[in-house]
Design a protein around this ligand. Structure first.
Ligand code: UD1
Length: 417
C-alpha cells in the first residue's frame, strides 16, 4: 500500500494541464472493439482504471500500446468473448464491454463488475437495454452470459437516466440492424463524446446530450484517431483545491461548459473565475458557505465532486447542507474529515456541515476514488502534517495527482508503507 505524506497550509499558484476524461476514455475503449481497424486515443491518462480496461482488451485478443500519452488499439485478432473475473472485479466499467463484445462476437461472458463501493450500483438497466435489443441475458453463479443471432434496433426506455446503461445501449446498437431509440437517456458530456467518437468511426448516432438518443445501426465501423474530452471532474478537483488552499491557478485543456454547476458554486463562495476558450482561471476568495448542494444527473451538481466540495465546505464561513441523491454510501470521507477537525453530522443521505476556521493534520484513509481526492485536498489545505492512505483508489482516476499538486506549490509526496 502507498500513502501521501503532506505538509498542509501552502497556497497554490501556477498552471495545470487537465487529462482526457476517465469517464469518456473508458467507454471509448469498449467501443474500440467494434472495428477491426486501428484506434488511437490521444491525451489518454495512464490511470489504473484505463490500464485495467486495456488489460481486458488484451485478454480478448486486442493489441494495445501506449506511445507517450497516445494509446493505440488493434482488434483485428480479437477472438475471445469472456472477460476474466479478476479484471472485471477490478473495474466497474468492465460492464461496458458487454454491449460491444456481444455486438462483435454475438456472445459475451463477464463476472459481475467491481469498482468503488459507493452504493448498491445495480446493472439491471444495462441488462434490460441489451434484452430490448434482442440479446438473451442469463445471470448465473456471479456471471452474466449474453448471446444473440443479431442485434435488432428497438426502443429502450430507461427507468432512470443511468450513464452506464445509456452507454452500453449505444455500444450494442451502433452495429445493430435498424433504428434504436433510447428514451430518458443520461445527458452527460461523456455520452456526447461517445456519440462523436462512434460517428467519427462511421456510425450514425444523434441526440446525445438530450434525453432521446437515436442510433441507426451501420454495417461496419472504421478506425480513427481521436482526442477525448477533458476531465471535468479532475478540473473541478483542482479548482476546489485552489479555493481551499488560497492562491491563483489556471487550468489548461478545461471546458467551462461542462462544469457550470461547480463554477456557479465557486462564484457564490466568492472565488473569482475567468474562463476563455479551453482555459479556466481561478483566484481563491473569502470562502462563504455554499449553503446547499444537491447532487443530480448532468447538468446538475456532479456526485463525483460531492466529496471534494464537502472538504471545501468544512472550511467555509457558515453552514452547508449537502444531499447525495445518486449513491447510497458515498459519505465514507466524512469520518476522516472529522478526524481532521471538521464539524459534520449526517442524517441518511444528507450531511450538515458547520464551517471551521481551518482543518488540522491527521492520518486518514481513502475509502473510494473521489473521497480520496477530497481527503488529499483537506490535507494540503490543513494546518500541519497529514498522511492519506490507500492511494490505489486515487490512482484509479487521477494521473500524476501529486506531481501536479506539487508543481502548484503543495508539499506532498508518495511513500510505500
Ligand atoms: C457513471 C460514472 C461515475 C458517476 C456516475 C454518476 C463512469 C465510468 N462512471 O457511473 O463516475 O459517479 O456515472 O454520474 O462513467 N442505476 C440503476 N440500475 C442500473 C444502473 C444504474 O438503478 O442498471 C442507478 C445507480 O444505482 C445510481 C444511478 O442509477 O443510483 C446513476 O448511476 P449511473 O448513472 O449508471 O452511474 P455509472 O454509470 O455507474
Amino acid at each position: 500500500m502507498e500513502k501521501y505524506i503532506i505538509e498542509g497550509g501552502r497556497p497554490l499558484y501556477g498552471e495545470v494541464e487537465i487529462q482526457s476524461a476517465k469517464n469518456a476514455v473508458l467507454p471509448l475503449l469498449a467501443a474500440s472493439i467494434l472495428t477491426d481497424e486501428k484506434i488511437v486515443l490521444h491525451k489518454c491518462p495512464k490511470i489504473s482504471d484505463v490500464i485495467n480496461m486495456v488489460g481486458i482488451l488484451g485478454e480478448l485478443g486486442c493489441k494495445a500500446e501506449f506511445v507517450g500519452d497516445s494509446l493505440s488499439i488493434e482488434s483485428a485478432d480479437a477472438a475471445n468473448h469472456e472477460i476474466p473475473a479478476a479484471l472485471a472485479k477490478e473495474i466497474r466499467s468492465s460492464v461496458f464491454m458487454l454491449g460491444s463484445v456481444v455486438s462483435r462476437f454475438k456472445k459475451a461472458k463477464i463476472a459481475y463488475p467491481g469498482g468503488c463501493d459507493i452504493g448498491l450500483r445495480p446493472i439491471d438497466l444495462h441488462l434490460k437495454g441489451l434484452r430490448r435489443l434482442g440479446v438473451s441475458v442469463v445471470e448465473d453463479g456471479g456471471y452474466i452470459e449474453c448471446s444473440c443471432d443479431k442485434i435488432i434496433g428497438s426502443e429502450i426506455v430507461l427507468d432512470c437516466p443511468s450513464v452506464g446503461a445509456t452507454e452500453n445501449s449505444i455500444l450494442a446498437a451502433a452495429l445493430g440492424e435498424g433504428r434504436t431509440v433510447i428514451r430518458n437517456a443520461a445527458k452527460e458530456p461523456e455520452i456526447v463524446d461517445l456519440q462523436n467518437f462512434i460517428n467519427a468511426m462511421g456510425g450514425k448516432i444523434n441526440g446525445a446530450g438530450t434525453a432521446e438518443i437515436v442510433i441507426d445501426g451501420v454495417k461496419k465501423l472504421h478506425g480513427v484517431e481521436y482526442t477525448p474530452i477533458s476531465d471535468r471532474i479532475e478540473a473541478g478537483t483542482f479548482l476546489i483545491a485552489c479555493a481551499m488552499c488560497g492562491g491563483e491557478i489556471e487550468l489548461k485543456n478545461a471546458g467551462k461548459e461542462n462544469i457550470a454547476a461547480l463554477l456557479h458554486k465557486l462564484c457564490e463562495i466568492s472565488c473569482k473565475i475567468t474562463a476563455v476558450n479551453d482555459k479556466i482561471y481561478i483566484e481563491s476568495g473569502r470562502r462563504i458557505s455554499p449553503k446547499l448542494i444537491e447532487t443530480s444527473p448532468y447538468p446538475g451538481f456532479p456526485t463525483d465532486l460531492q466529496a471534494p466540495m464537502m472538504a471545501l465546505a468544512c472550511i467555509c464561513e457558515g453552514s452547508t447542507v449537502i444531499v447525495e441523491n445518486l449513491f447510497e454510501t458515498r459519505f465514507k470521507h466524512i469520518p476522516e474529515l472529522i478526524r481532521m477537525g471538521a464539524d459534520i453530522t449526517v442524517r441518511g443521505r444528507t450531511a450538515f456541515i458547520r464551517g471551521v476556521k481551518a482543518l488540522h493534520g491527521a492520518d486518514v484513509v481513502a475509502g473510494d476514488l473521489r473521497g480520496g481526492a477530497a481527503l488529499t485536498l483537506a490535507a494540503i489545505s490543513a494546518e500541519g502534517f497529514s498522511t492519506v492512505a490507500d492511494l490505489s483508489f486515487i490512482d484509479r482516476g487521477y494521473s500524476d495527482f501529486e506531481y501536479k499538486l506539487r508543481a502548484l506549490g503543495a508539499r506532498i509526496r508518495r511513500v510505500r508503507i
